[in-house]
Design a protein around this ligand. Structure first.
Ligand code: ADP
Length: 363
């Protein structure tokens, strides 16, 4: 290809050029937003992804009219003048803030030419917003998990020192401190169990369970297994379920865990309502499970965040109840793996109702 054959001047169009259709086709086929510029920064070609990212793209106009990112524009100028490739990170604030990186790539048709003014400059964008969000979540998660473990660990370490020192010869103190230490150790082990379950369920989220499971027998099982806790909290558990099986595609252990977490929360946080209702019914091709309590309920501002890891309405109360702050995050992940839907309703002062709608197993 000769020096100027990749674009031809359109009569009367000044700087406006028309790109060789083969090069246009190449940019169009590229999956990420991409622009082809002449060394002077005039846009010669763009693909659909670039139009989606930058809005209107006018071929023949300078790229600076379409992209408000001074660092990228400076790098484009440099690449056009000297042929230097660059990678620039930048943010676009309109319509919502997003983070990108731009690869500014000089293109030379003569493979021997290693420097100097390039024939074209290619501008390729990668949207990093989602990846950065995931990184941030991972960092927050590790910080939260470490913090949650550090508190009981500090308490155990402190009591070990006390037992070696002042409480050494005091059997009553020793007994008291050993009890606290054992409770703190149990708390750490609950936290580790919950973290492991969460990561196991998360790992399998794209592999929906295949076994046909009867929810009627599972709710009865959970009611029985939590009856000691209910007695302890002086709460009556009422179960309203059909006599015939309600079959869903599911993982038995995960379904038990899901219902246990909801009923346990109702018993722990809603105990003063004295009654917890577990309901199961079939409605429009779905199995609908509900767990309702008559306790203090949850203020509306907390509802959207309740299933976040380590989110608690009242941290001290959750700790006192032996909570890890992961129960509803586990519920959310099990719900997602079962292609089910979770909804939470609450009227403060009147209690809370957690419902899960499962698609019924069709055979
Ligand atoms: P935790 O281990 O703290 O129980 P969860 O993820 O199970 O963690 O629940 C998160 C928070 O949601 C709890 O700390 C509590 O503040 C609130 N919560 C959950 N269920 C109920 C309920 N039935 N009534 C009132 N508050 C609840």
């Amino acid at each position: 290809m000769s020096d100027s054959s990749y674009y031809t001047a359109l009569p009367g169009e000044g700087l406006e050029r028309q790109l060789d259709p083969r090069l246009s086709a190449l940019v169009e086929a590229y999956p990420e937003p991409a622009l082809l510029l002449n060394p002077g920064g005039i846009v010669l070609g763009a693909n659909a992804a670039a139009r989606a990212m930058l809005g209107q793209i006018r071929l023949g106009a300078p790229v600076s009219l379409m992209l408000r990112a001074p660092d990228v524009l400076e790098a484009v100028r440099e690449a056009g003048a000297s042929g230097a490739a660059r990678l620039v990170a930048f943010n676009l604030r309109v319509p919502v803030e997003r983070s990108y990186e731009a690869h500014i790539l000089p293109v030379r048709f003569d493979r021997e030419a290693k420097s100097g003014v390039p024939d074209l400059v290619m501008l390729v964008f990668r949207d990093l917003t989602q990846a950065m969000r995931v990184d941030q979540m991972r960092a927050d998660f590790v910080a939260n998990a470490s913090h949650e473990l550090r508190t009981p660990l500090a308490s155990v370490t402190g009591f070990i020192d006390t037992l070696r020192g002042s409480a050494r010869d005091d059997p009553a103190m020793r007994e008291k401190f050993l009890n606290i230490m054992s409770e703190q150790a149990r708390r750490m082990s609950r936290l580790i169990d919950d973290l492991l379950s969460l990561s196991r369920i998360e790992m399998n989220v794209h592999r929906p369970p295949e076994a046909a499971i009867d929810l009627v027998s599972i709710v009865a099982h959970v009611r029985d297994s939590l009856s000691p806790l209910a007695r302890d909290r002086k709460v009556e558990i009422a179960l309203d379920a059909p006599a015939s099986p309600v079959l869903v595609r599911g993982d038995r252990d995960e379904l038990i865990r899901l219902i246990e977490n909801l009923v346990e929360n109702a018993l722990k946080y809603g105990a003063n309502g004295k009654r917890v209702e577990i309901g199961l019914r079939v409605d429009s091709g779905e199995g609908v499970l509900s767990v309702r309590d008559f306790g203090p309920g949850i203020a509306p501002e907390h509802l959207p965040r309740l299933t976040e890891r380590f989110y608690r309405v009242d941290v001290a109360q959750s700790r006192e109840q032996g909570g890890t702050g992961l129960g509803l995050a586990i519920v959310k992940h099990i719900v997602a793996r079962h292609r089910a839907r979770l909804s939470i309703e609450s009227e403060p002062g009147k209690g809370a109702k957690f419902s899960v709608r499962f698609p019924l197993s069709t055979g």
